[in-house]
Design a protein around this ligand. Structure first.
Ligand code: SF4
Length: 94
């Protein structure tokens, strides 16, 4: 999520990819909704965004908001799934 406010703070230097974001110029309130709020407009923007991967990487550890098309809960689940997959690959074969 952009466009300037991140976690209640202001970005001091925007990454170059911000210029290509589908949500450029869209209010941050679309991406930081109350519990059970409507995220469909944000999801629609994110689904067609050319910098979705960059956004997801930047927002991976953020506690709130939609980043790269994922909510905080979805990001937590993705991290857990990735950790489990890494452990399964590292485990010696029986
Ligand atoms: S993925 Fe979504 S929140 Fe991130 S830059 Fe693109 S439109 Fe904005």
């Amino acid at each position: 999520m952009l466009p300037g406010d991140v976690g209640g703070g202001l970005l001091l230097a925007r990454p170059a990819w911000h210029a290509r974001a589908a949500c450029r110029g869209v209010g941050a309130d679309q991406f930081f909704v109350e519990k059970f709020g409507d995220l469909r407009p944000a999801r629609a923007l994110c689904s067609a965004c050319p910098v979705r991967d960059e956004c997801a990487a930047q927002g991976d550890e953020e506690e709130a908001g939609m980043w790269g098309g994922l909510t905080a809960g979805e990001r937590r689940k993705a991290r857990t799934d990735a950790r489990r997959a890494r452990r399964a690959r590292a485990a010696p074969a029986a």
